[in-house]
Each structure stands twice: as structure tokens, then as C-alpha cells.
Design a protein around this ligand. Structure first.
Ligand code: PGA
Length: 255
């Protein structure tokens, strides 16, 4: 983290977990545990139906509630999708876009990730844009090229002004939900690569100001080491975001 230059963001990704009542109970449990820990932004991205209950429970606290996806059209014949306008109306401030599970299981491409990012930004939301290499790509030594290309394609056409509302979450796909974590050195190296690509597109100031998170089996045990790296400005946390003690320990590591 370089807290002089950019904001640390610790975000939970609940994935397909927590019904509305479970979300409410979880937020009520963790709220006092993270109270006053203001050296980072604390966000939980919830399933659409649980957003309202989580928000209600988080009222008056330092916890923000986000969504896990957003469609790029405002309205229309897109069964099963939710628009940025809909999320905005209920007060959603953050949205995940391009999570590897969306790319892998639901056919999302850099093109749709880019469109979804633009729609969320146009609605005034902050985007946590997820990208990262798969195992074969890391083993073939092409991680830098892969994340560089994703960064360029996913940010295509986004203005330097809108970029202020983009957080990139570097999530090596081989580390997600597997218990395998990138080493702090690997996380640092690849986050630095992403920052260099952002600098080539938008200039050094914009790149230095951008929050870049690491995600992939981040937990209460490894968070401090990962967050100690200069280019790792937070975490996107799946499994450990479902357990109040573990998530709080990660928030503590960011203080
Ligand atoms: P994990 O998930 O922490 O369970 O590996 C991270 C993510 O998918 O964002």
C-alpha cells in the first residue's frame, strides 16, 4: 500500500452466498468489529436480492454495499440482468465487473466487461474491475502480456476523469477459491505491471492514484504480507469475506 498516494480498499465478494436475512445478520455482526477502522474503505458486494437488506443493516456505519455485476443497457429485453440505473436508484455505490467466474461460466468477454464498466461509470458508480491470468498463462510466462491486454481492452474508451472511479482487482484465476495465493512478490510484480500499463494509457499521475487490489485466497493469515507491498492497495476477498473474524483481521492488516 502507498497510503500517501491512494486509498486502500478492502472489499468482500460474497458471490452466491447470503440470503437477505443472512446478509443482515452478517453486517450486524461485523459492524461493531470494524467500527472506526477508517484507514481503508470497507465494501461488501452482495447478490442483487440481498443488497437492500445489507444496506439497511449497514446504515450509519463505515461499511458500503456493492453489487456483483451490472448490465450495460439501461433497460430492455435482457432477461435476468440488472441495469446500472436500477442499482443507482437503490443507492449502490460500488459494482464488481469482469469477475473471472463471470468470464468463465457466463461467457463474459473483455468487450462486455468494457461495456458494463462504462455503463456503471456513466451512472456515477465506482467499478471494481477484475482481471487476471489463468494457470496455463502464468506457467507459459505470458502473465504480463495477458493482464496488459485485459487492462487495455477493459478500459478502452474510458476517460481519465472516469478512471478515478475505477479500481482494478488483480485476481490470478488459479488463486481464486483454491487456497493457492500468489506470493506477495508475484502480487506486487503483476500489480506493478498493471500500473505501468495504466500509466502508458493515462499518464503517471492517474496511474499512481489508482487503487489496485489483489484477490485470490487472501485471508487473515496472508493479508498483512500482501498489503505491505507498494503496489497492492487492498484486497478483493471471497471465502474470507463470509467470516466476520477473518474479514476483520484483513481490515486490521490494512490499518
Ligand atoms: P477467494 O475469492 O478469496 O475465495 O479466493 C476471491 C474472489 O473471487 O474475488
Amino acid at each position: 500500500m502507498n497510503t500517501a498516494k491512494r486509498r486502500t480498499v478492502i472489499a468482500g465478494n460474497w458471490k452466491m452466498n447470503f440470503t437477505p436475512s443472512e446478509a443482515k445478520a452478517f453486517i450486524e455482526e461485523i459492524k461493531p468489529m470494524v467500527a472506526g477502522k477508517d484507514n481503508c474503505d470497507i465494501v461488501f458486494c452482495a447478490p442483487f436480492v440481498s443488497i437492500a437488506a445489507a444496506m439497511e443493516a449497514a446504515k450509519g456505519s463505515n461499511i458500503k454495499i456493492g453489487a456483483e455485476n451490472v448490465h450495460f443497457e439501461d433497460h430492455g429485453a435482457f432477461t435476468g440482468e440488472v441495469s446500472a440505473k436500477m442499482l443507482k436508484e437503490i443507492g449502490v455505490e460500488y459494482v464488481l465487473v469482469g469477475h473471472s467466474e463471470r468470464r468463465q461460466y457466463f461467457g463474459e468477454t473483455d468487450e462486455t466487461v468494457n461495456l458494463r464498466t462504462k455503463a456503471a461509470l456513466a451512472a456515477g458508480m465506482k467499478v471494481i474491475l477484475c482481471l487476471g491470468e489463468v494457470k496455463e498463462q502464468r506457467l507459459s510466462g505470458i502473465t504480463d502480456e495477458v493482464v496488459g491486454m485485459q487492462t487495455k481492452l477493459d478500459l478502452a474508451g474510458i476517460s481519465v476523469e472516469d478512471l478515478k472511479n475505477v479500481i482494478i482487482a488483480y485476481e490470478p484465476v488459479w488463486a481464486i477459491g483454491t487456497g493457492l495465493t500468489a506470493t506477495p512478490e508475484q502480487a506486487e510484480e503483476t500489480c506493478a505491471v498493471i500500473r505501468r500499463v495504466v500509466a502508458s494509457l493515462y499518464g503517471d499521475d492517474a496511474a499512481e492514484a489508482m487503487t489496485i487490489q489483489y484477490g485470490g485466497s487472501m485471508n487473515d493469515k496472508n493479508a498483512a504480507e500482501l498489503l505491505a507491498k507498494t503496489n497492492v492497495d487492498g484486497g478483493l476477498i471471497g471465502g474470507a469475506s463470509l467470516v466476520a473474524e477473518k474479514f476483520t483481521a484483513i481490515v486490521d492488516a490494512a490499518q
